[in-house]
Ligand binder design. Structure first.
Ligand code: NAD
Length: 478
């Protein structure tokens, strides 16, 4: 479905150009930008595995972009199109994302060139474990230095296999659970990680809509409810974003684009039902309550309020950027908008909320999981009942002082101690809001910066520059 497009640069070159643009816009030291852009290490591994058809050799990468903070953190992608340039580009985006979101990690990314759909669960387990062993035995999988997480084509299942493989190599490492995040909750994971990126997109949009002076730039008005949304990719990110936004904020998901085409319904699609259909049939074709269009790419250009590309990179490119009619693009997928498309869309006045901000929810909650694994204790275990006791005391005091009983729901809300999921959601919401506050502040202090992506990159570059400056390797980030 993806058209061959006219992009003149690779994914990595495009990300580097975004750094150059931000460096120029904020008058930062170009030499420092050069140091920041350079990736620190990349390993390629090849390993043979016996599958049903015989022995196959698999190729995978782990790219580390920055190590100013450790561990270096990034998603692990299983897809047939995975390659070194893509892995390095995604590792660079991770550096900038972590810096913007104030996550104390370096940036990394992993990838395995594989079509997971072609293998049985047993084969996939063997392949994943072997890949993990290849990385761990060379120090590229380790709780202190290199920590993967789910990305396209992987989920909590693969993360559990990876943790298990690491454990079998290093049983004496008491922090072994922290070698990977996004694990199942009963295997050292944290509640709220699976849906974190989609939830983060919802929090980002809610925050954007809290600021009328920002909203007006996109031509959108009147809150999230009723906004007409198109989502590309109903996987982990796209599904959760669409589900939360439609169920809780009452947006209308008027189109969903998947690999085999798109579904359209002006009244709003039931996201849960579409996902169910996708899981059962492997595509969106044949879903009853919608019009089906085989040319999914054309639907990206349909008129709508908000477009959320949440499938893969380069979907909005030099080929189609002139045709996009959305008022606001929310970049759920990493690199969904290419550098050249970004230039075109900015000229056309289409507002973009960039990937390094809006999809930072995954790594944010991964950070919470990693911290939880190192502390060997769930969040809230010490204070939850204490908070409940204090809430109960407040409620009783108010009742005694006013001589009135409190309505049951109000009392329950005051008394309730936060669950671990409440704490995770609160920390995620705070992270998304603080990052946007920084972006807005940067734009206020640098009126020549007119777009959120450039502002986000300026913040990230300054933070990275400061780290290098502290080591005497660069000019001050300020
Ligand atoms: P996923 O594999 O769960 O879902 C991807 C979905 O996109 C699938 O449903 C797939 O069928 C669909 N798709 C693939 N190619 C398509 C095409 N050409 N047109 C339409 N649909 C297509 O992956 P994911 O984890 O949801 O990741 C999606 C994007 O979000 C990636 O760019 C990833 O790097 C980024 N991301 C993911 C996370 C995370 O926590 N999973 C965090 C941050 C960023």
């Amino acid at each position: 479905m993806t058209e061959a497009h006219k992009e003149s640069m690779s994914f990595l070159e495009g990300v580097d150009r975004m750094v150059d643009r931000a460096t120029l816009a904020a008058g930062l030291d170009p030499n420092t930008a050069c140091i920041i852009k350079v990736g620190s290490a990349v390993i390629q591994v090849k390993f043979p595995i016996r599958v049903r058809s015989g022995v196959e050799v698999f190729t995978g990468w782990w790219a580390i972009h920055s190590t100013h903070r450790l561990p270096a953190k990034g998603g692990l992608r299983f897809a047939p199109h995975v390659n070194q340039d893509e892995t390095e580009a995604l590792s660079a985006l991770m550096s900038y994302k972590c810096a913007l979101a104030d996550i104390p990690f370096g940036g990394a990314k992993g990838g395995l060139m594989i079509d997971p759909a072609k293998y049985t669960v047993d084969e996939l387990r063997n392949i994943t474990r072997a890949f993990a062993m290849e990385l761990a035995s060379r120090g590229f999988l380790n709780p202190a230095t290199n920590v993967p997480a789910p990305d396209m084509g992987t989920s909590s299942r693969e993360m559990a296999w990876i943790a298990d493989a690491y454990k079998s190599l290093f049983p004496e490492d008491m922090n072994q659970d922290a070698c990977v995040t996004g694990k199942p909750v009963n295997r050292g994971g944290i509640p709220g990680r699976a849906e974190a990126t989609g939830k983060g997109i919802q929090f980002a949009l809610q925050e954007f809509f809290r600021h009328p002076e920002e909203l007006v730039k996109s031509g959108l008005v009147d809150g999230l409810s009723g906004q007409r949304v198109i989502v590309q990719g109903l996987g982990n990110v796209g599904y959760h974003a669409a589900k939360f936004l439609s169920e809780e904020d009452k947006v209308k998901v008027i189109a969903i684009i998947e690999r085999d085409g798109a579904l359209l319904n002006e009244e709003g699609l039931n996201v849960h039902d579409v996902r169910q259909h996708l899981a059962e049939s492997g595509g969106v074709r044949g879903f009853a309550a919608a019009e089906y269009k085989e040319d999914g790419n054309a639907v990206l250009n349909m008129e709508c309020d908000i477009l959320i590309p949440a499938a893969l990179e380069s979907q909005i490119n030099a080929n189609n950027a002139m045709q996009i009619q959305a008022k606001l693009i929310v970049e759920g997928a990493n690199g969904a908008v290419t550098y050249e498309a970004d230039e075109i869309l900015r000229r056309r006045g289409i507002v973009m909320l960039p990937d390094v901000w809006v999809n930072a929810g995954g790594v944010t909650v991964s950070y919470f999981e990693w911290t939880r694994n190192l502390s060997h204790m769930r969040f809230g275990r010490l204070q939850r009942r204490f908070d409940e006791l204090r809430g109960s005391t407040y409620a009783t005091a108010i009742e005694e002082m006013t001589g009135k009983g409190m309505p049951g729901k109000l009392r329950t809300d005051i008394v309730r101690g936060a669950s671990e999921l409440d704490l995770v959601r609160s920390g995620l919401d705070d992270t998304m809001r603080m990052a946007f506050a920084d972006i807005r502040d940067t734009m206020k202090r640098n009126p020549q910066i007119k777009d959120y992506r450039t502002a986000a990159f300026v913040i990230a570059i300054k933070k990275l520059a400061q780290s290098y400056y502290d080591l005497g390797l660069a000019e001050s980030g300020e």
